[in-house]
Design a protein around this ligand. Structure first.
Ligand SMILES: Nc1ncnc2c1ncn2[C@@H]1O[C@H](COP(=O)(O)OP(=O)(O)O)[C@@H](O)[C@H]1O
Ligand SMILES: [Mg+2]
Length: 379
């Protein structure tokens, strides 16, 4: 086990998106230095880092230069080659590990891991041709959903199959990418996610489940706490802790879950901060970003307690119409609204540009305000 990396030390973050940016902000607030690495020179995390390396994920020379001088390394993006993590880990400890990353970034490995651990998840069959897809649809039944094993996000790389007579050759052509996973459709009432942190010495901290509402397959609102029973809350947290232990997580992980008739079905794992945890910045004792830093550096974990009910509203590029930024004044005049912008430059449909957290004495009040704000911003 490595000694903790104390404030004053340097953290290297692989990936330069908003999750890295907010982790860097949390790290710098605690007195760490931050280096970022991303194939893009205009990565939004670079703007808040002490230094930034622009290079490809397999640029061994650039990776070495980046990792040299770092006391810990971490990542904020799931589709980094595990070999990149292995390489930098030889210079300074990188959390999460290449093994954890390899499981979480591939749906096949992820589902097989969950199944092997006895974690409830949707029935699935691995398929690698349209003939195998046809056989799998017969076995799983409709409705079901085909997902590519690699590189899916925000519902991309997925096709729902509702009719047994669907032309599966076409579906395979469109979605098939070597290997896919065909999953039973879960008629859930609610989607929730649980963020869990674990340190190298096995200490854990778990957040209350957040309730997630999507629009066009992209997270729209995240409600904290989720509107679920005490028993469901406990079960969700226990499952997240079990997964973190079984996968030997060091760092932060979000576990996405479906709630169907009070039962929990695990959907997917993300070994990094998660969009559904952004409200923890303003509404919990320790933000997920600070917790990420603490877990990776081997510090004691912070309290996860909810200080106020909150709703997080994602600001997608769709709200930037005809090159016009949204009406910030309208947001800022709501005293309970906290505006976070990622400084990403060009807005485009579906692009995550920022978010707003609204806290209130009750979740209902926060939700009402968030919905009203969204309607006003969409006009
Ligand atoms: N088996 C399923 N049953 C019902 N809904 C699903 C299923 N799989 C995915 N979905 C819906 O699609 C969304 C995106 O799927 P997910 O597997 O989380 O992929 P990603 O978030 O990587 O795009 C989920 O949040 C959920 O709303
Ligand atoms: Mg998902």
């Amino acid at each position: 086990m490595s000694a903790p990396l104390l404030p004053g030390g340097t953290i290297g973050i692989l990936g330069g998106g908003q999750l890295g940016r907010m982790s860097a902000i949390a790290a710098r607030r605690m007195g760490y230095k931050v280096k970022t690495f991303d194939p893009s020179s205009s990565a939004c995390a670079a703007m808040v880092a002490d230094s930034h390396t622009t290079a490809a994920w397999d640029d061994a020379k650039a990776l070495k230069k980046f990792a040299d001088g770092c006391g810990r390394l971490t990542l904020e993006f799931e589709n980094i080659p595990p070999a990149t993590v292995t390489q930098v880990n030889a210079i300074a400890p990188c959390h999460p590990s290449a093994e954890v990353l390899a499981i979480c970034q591939n749906r096949r490995r992820e589902k097989e891991f969950l199944k092997a651990q006895g974690i409830p998840c949707a029935n699935f069959v691995v398929v690698s041709s349209h003939e195998e897809l046809s056989a799998a649809v017969k076995k799983i039944g409709v409705p079901c959903v085909l997902k590519t094993a690699d590189f899916g996000y925000d519902g991309k790389g997925q096709a729902k199959i509702t009719d047994a007579d669907t032309n599966l050759e076409n579906v395979w052509e469109k979605i098939g990418d070597g290997v896919g996973v065909l999953e039973a459709w879960v008629p859930f009432q609610l989607e929730i996610s649980v963020i869990v942190a674990r340190t190298e010495d096995g200490k854990t901290a778990v957040y209350d489940p957040a309730e997630n509402i999507h629009r066009n397959h992209i997270l729209h609102l995240s409600l904290s706490p989720a509107r679920i029973s005490e028993a469901t809350r406990r079960e969700a947290q226990e499952l997240a802790l079990k997964i973190a232990e079984k996968i030997k997580l060091v760092g932060l992980m979000a576990v996405e879950m479906f709630v169907q008739d009070g039962r929990i079905i695990v959907n997917e794992l993300a070994p990094r901060p998660h969009n559904s945890g952004h409200q923890t910045f303003d509404a919990n004792q320790t933000s997920q970003f600070e917790q990420h830093v603490r877990a990776v550096c081997g510090l004691p974990l912070g309290g996860t307690q909810i200080l106020k009910p909150s709703v997080m509203l994602n600001l997608l590029g769709d709200l930037w119409r005809n090159g016009q930024t949204p009406d910030w004044a309208m947001i800022l005049k709501e005293p309970a609204a906290k505006l976070h912008l990622y400084d990403k430059g060009q807005a485009s449909a579906g692009r995550k540009m920022g978010h707003i957290t609204i806290t209130a004495d009750t979740l209902e009040d926060a939700l009402k305000k968030a919905e009203a704000l969204f309607v006003a911003l969409s006009k």
